[in-house]
Write a protein that binds this ligand. Sequence first.
Ligand SMILES: NC(=O)c1ccc[n+]([C@@H]2O[C@H](COP(=O)([O-])OP(=O)(O)OC[C@H]3O[C@@H](n4cnc5c(N)ncnc54)[C@H](O)[C@@H]3O)[C@@H](O)[C@H]2O)c1
Length: 355
Amino acid sequence: MAYCRLARSRDRRDLEVIRLSATAASTGAATGPRLTGKRVLVTGGAGFIGSHLVERIARERPSGLVVVDNLFLGREENLATARRLYPGLTVHRQDATDYDAMTAILSAERTEVVFNLAIVPLPTSLTNPRWTMDHNVALATVACELLRQRYYQTLIHFSSSEAYGSASYVPMDERHPPNPSTPYAASKLAGDHAVLAYRETYGIDAAIIRPFNNYGPRQNAGAYAGVIPIVVGRAIRGEEIEIFGDGEQTRDFIFVRDTAEAAVRIYETTESRGLVINVGSGRETTINALVGALVAALGVEATVVHAEARLGDVRRHCAAMERANSILQFAPGTSLSDGLRETVEWYRESLGQAT
Ligand SMILES: NC(=O)c1ccc[n+]([C@@H]2O[C@H](COP(=O)([O-])OP(=O)(O)OC[C@H]3O[C@@H](n4cnc5c(N)ncnc54)[C@H](O)[C@@H]3O)[C@@H](O)[C@H]2O)c1
């Protein structure tokens, strides 16, 4: 029986654990279609998760691999490894909400499968709520309409655990009531509803992956950074680390390559169609504990200060993974300590501070 438990220890060097599932690793073989030989397009492929997903797909030897990204936050450099793995990779610098431009790309590339990751992130939604929401909903509806019009055959759409809002119970299964607390979260939920409505009305071949908090190499360390790149950057530069609120808010952290694996499995498993599938670790970690673990992994002294809580910050998150376990035979293979170690090493190197 899976469960989540939030340990109360304030020892920052101790990850606040939370053990949960009997399934310890990705097992299981695909039962549905394969990406091998398919023509695949990834929107937002130059971003954080997208670039790892492109690498994972490249390993399946598709017959075409295309990225559509307007480089709002994504970077060409993120695709360096993908290009080595798949020299024929095509990158279109293009806004994926432009329906006509997308019809042209999908037709020219003879795309069969779309992984839809493009998004404007949560922090932008706090300062530009209307624009972010309009944009993010359009990213979902354009992908749905293109599928309805048969410009391609299968959509794997990326949702977000933010759609749930704060947990009213943990672990949060896919039936947990959605209660988005930011414009970003609302736009993600609206996108999911669009995909499910198109599925219901027109029978489109689509499934939704709902990842929890991803971390790993290449997470954007710029203005719209997630907590890990910000903390690592500040710690390496010897600056104070700022935690929003009391730091006892929790998240479920999953290593980015595990999410990429789950996305491929969702495509390969026809039972996923029409479903939302959580992808997390099933473990709950406080931000205080995460910062402690990062500082320990970096081997630096750091001063932590607490700032005012962020607008709409979710209080508690933890994924129930039964659906992913049973339908995809998937459970993440990377422990938080191993994933953080690799992440910290990557930031050290990319910040030119490898020791
Ligand atoms: N990072 C996480 O922890 C997390 C958690 C849950 C869900 N997700 C979802 O996973 C997906 C990828 O997230 P990420 O963290 O890699 O974000 P990211 O910002 O790194 O990547 C998003 C990419 O989309 C591109 N983009 C934005 N608007 C675009 C447009 N109109 N047309 C084309 N490209 C556009 C950006 O340039 C960027 O490369 C998103 O759908 C996000 O909601 C992310």
